[in-house]
Design a protein around this ligand. Sequence first.
Ligand code: PLP
Length: 483
Amino acid sequence: MSESMPASSRFNPFAFEPEAMRRLGYRVVDRIVARLLAAERDPPIPPDPDTAELAVLRQPFPAAPRDPGAVIDAAIGSVFGHTMNLMHPAFFAYMPGPGNFISALADFMASGFNVFAGTAPYNRGAFEVERQTIDWLGGVFGWDFPNSGLFVSGGSAASFIALAIARHVLLKDRIDGAVVYASAQSHSCIERSLFLLGFGPGQLRLLEPDAQLRLDPAALERAIAADRTAGLRPFCVVGNGGTTNTGAVDPLDRLAEICERDGLWLHVDAAYGGGAMLSAGARPLFAGVERAHTIAVDPHKWMFQPFECACVLGREQAWFSDTFRRLPAYMRDTDAAGELFNYRDMGPQVTRSFKAFKLWLSLQVYGLDTFRAAVDHGLALARYAERRVAAMPGWSVVTPATLGVLTCRYEGAGGVSRGDRVNADLAQAVGRSGRAYVTTTELFGRTVLRFCPIHPAATEQDIDGTFDLLQQLAQQADRGERA
Ligand SMILES: *Cc1c(COP(=O)(O)O)cnc(C)c1O
């Protein structure tokens, strides 16, 4: 792999001259750096592409090769010019994932070195990186080393695998009459996972949460008792380590207590909120998370990784392999023994990309303190936003800043009460301004604006600017109403 090695004389239709490869690579790096530098000037949501640009993308594929530089440049304009600008500091919608440059390089390296992360034999370095990163992640949630888990595409895949493990380990895959409990604020991936695993809609109890939108342990106990009386088999509780809507953390200690007493599985969905475990201030909210059987966490949300990067953690290595391992003859040669094991045996995927590498590399380069401070920054900014809204006439805080999420609502000024419509319109108008982006959700039967200001470069000025704009837009809307 030396730089000075002569190019192979072998014909490879996919190869380029070394100089051409470098040129193309530098060109791509230049374009990425340009995008990063423009991130705060480009709008958070892109303008609609014109039809000519879309036509370029829908061109039939050519039979003969084309100039790679020209194709790449055209793609950068018409593809990446029309994607959400998640690197914008005032992208406050959903769970913004601004990514980071080192992890982007890591993804490039994983593809460039074309790493197969399914087997440990002959991939020992990749294996150790994944194992080390999972050990660390388990430690973040208070588990002792060594830890078991698997990198997957996202929180949805992580919870799907966790629930498959729960079904296998606790139910021996016999699902008739088995019941899962979760708060009605849970992510839709729980319902979808159970559907994929063969459970009927009546086998998931979505319980009404308490006033803070957390799963209510008393309601859970009542539901479990009622189901037992009815001859059903309560078997699993899904606790939220930060709901998508409001960042609410379920009382995990109480859930763990109930699960331990009744022999139920505790899965914690910390897809979004898991990042907050890096904050000493937020960690107490998660008391009891270490008692979970399985945990889902999305480093592509609050650990600043580019998509896709998620992890399912489980307390026992054997749970994963008991559930998923198959050893067909054509894979025997790379079966792993002794200290080694194969990640292909621990989940549904055989061929796997090297998703652990970006988290590992970025932790190695930036250091833990950088991540901790970045999470703390987002938490503080959401609290700042809450104080800002509380001081704005006509506005109300619907749920306080919890784990970096704030929801609020324009109620109307001057005795005129305003409804859902105006709040939905305000979110749209902010997006169209090109200066910020927020989305809406529904809480307590009403449309609310939802802010998630966790970009590490977001500032109080970004919050001020967005709320000034919102106030201006709200007043405009009120004038329109009266006219
Ligand atoms: C985002 C999210 C998910 C889904 O994760 P993906 O990575 O989008 O698949 C699941 N649960 C919670 C709480 C989330 O916030």
